[in-house]
Ligand binder design. Structure first.
Ligand SMILES: [Zn+2]
Length: 159
């Protein structure tokens, strides 16, 4: 009697466990697929951002020949940037762009935010003005005009 009872119980556990195992496996596989898609998306985005950066730097070099001596800034697509769409670390020649903003505002990121941050870097290497002292000073504004962009400090994007 006892054995039979045990058997039934074990059967029930199996009934429960096997579908659960299947669900877990499906989630695992889907997650892997999902991660692969995200990975290739990020790589593609990084590629476009880098080529765009080189283009902007070249365009600026026509107006400011001294820029040729400097490397264009490295762009990092940052997942931990929430409050600002972009940040320029001028001493490190590094720009962080918020990966999140690309989801709904990809065009805006390429058209406005990336040139805005590159203008900060160009401003720094050409005129030595740091973001903290005079981030959006006269020279920075001139660089923005050279890029054919309004010299706005802020953007109007929503996440
Ligand atoms: Zn700025």
């Amino acid at each position: 009697m006892r054995r039979q009872f045990y058997h039934i119980k074990l059967g029930r556990v199996k009934d429960f466990l096997i579908p659960l195992q299947k669900i877990c496996y499906k989630i695992f596989v889907d997650n892997k697929k999902f991660r692969r898609i995200i990975y290739s998306m990020n790589r593609q985005r990084q590629f476009y951002v880098d080529s765009q950066t080189n283009k902007i730097w070249e365009t600026l070099s026509e107006s400011y020949p001294r820029l040729i001596r400097f490397n264009p800034p490295k762009i990092k697509l940052c997942n931990r940037l929430y409050r600002t769409a972009g940040k320029c670390y001028q001493e490190e020649n590094l720009i962080h762009l918020a990966n999140k903003f690309f989801v709904n505002n990809s065009a805006e990121m390429f058209r406005t935010i990336l040139p805005h941050e590159i203008a900060h870097q160009a401003d720094f290497v050409l005129f030595g003005e740091s973001e903290k002292k005079c981030g959006h000073g006269l020279q920075w504004q001139k660089i923005m005009v050279q890029l054919g962009l309004p010299a706005n400090k802020y953007h109007s994007m929503t996440l």
